[in-house]
Design a protein around this ligand. Sequence first.
Ligand SMILES: [Fe+2]
Length: 231
Amino acid sequence: MKLRKKALRSLECPEKSGPAALTAFLNGWERDLLSTVRVQGRSRAPRKRVDPDPLDEQSEAPTKGRYMQITSFKDLYIAELQELTSLEGQLGKALRRMAEVASHPSLKNALMHHREQTQVQKQRLESILQKHSANPRAHTDQAMQALINETEKMITMVKGDDLRDAALIASAQKVKHYEIAAYGTAAALAGQLDLRDDQRLLHESLEEEKKTDAVLTKLAKDEVNQDALAA
Ligand SMILES: [Fe+2]
């Protein structure tokens, strides 16, 4: 807008009309443009270094904008399995951290047992993906990243051992329900593709998830939540 006004002033001035006025204007415009670029270059904030998420095992996962194309039902099934593999990988690390900060010995044991189970479930998924010649690290499950971040936030926020244990169970059960949904979907897709061996393995993991959820519910009702209420 400023340059436009300046140009109009130059061209309107009677003694400066014609080619001389145009040349003068263009010289001034070039000067102004260069100074604007220099000012903008100085005011740009320095780029922040983004460290990799320590909970993310999926170093080969594509970054935003470079996702693989899913063009068939089988592709969709494989993508679900890859998400599940990422989920179990992240959860293995998170469960160790949760067991470390848990106070009730029964909760610590339940979390550590579930961690071992998580490793077996991840191996099951990897064996299925290997059979289909698919890369187990092709996807990162961002929903699980968010759930784990929320868990870490709760660990920091909640004060008192009993209360923290109650919060840990609440967080673990949110994860369980997510896993139950994900395994249920993957097993159903395997069935529709008539992949019966895959379906059987996925059902095994699904039943384990349901059992763990039930164990956590019992632990909360019988022990942990009562202590948290009394605290
Ligand atoms: Fe799991």
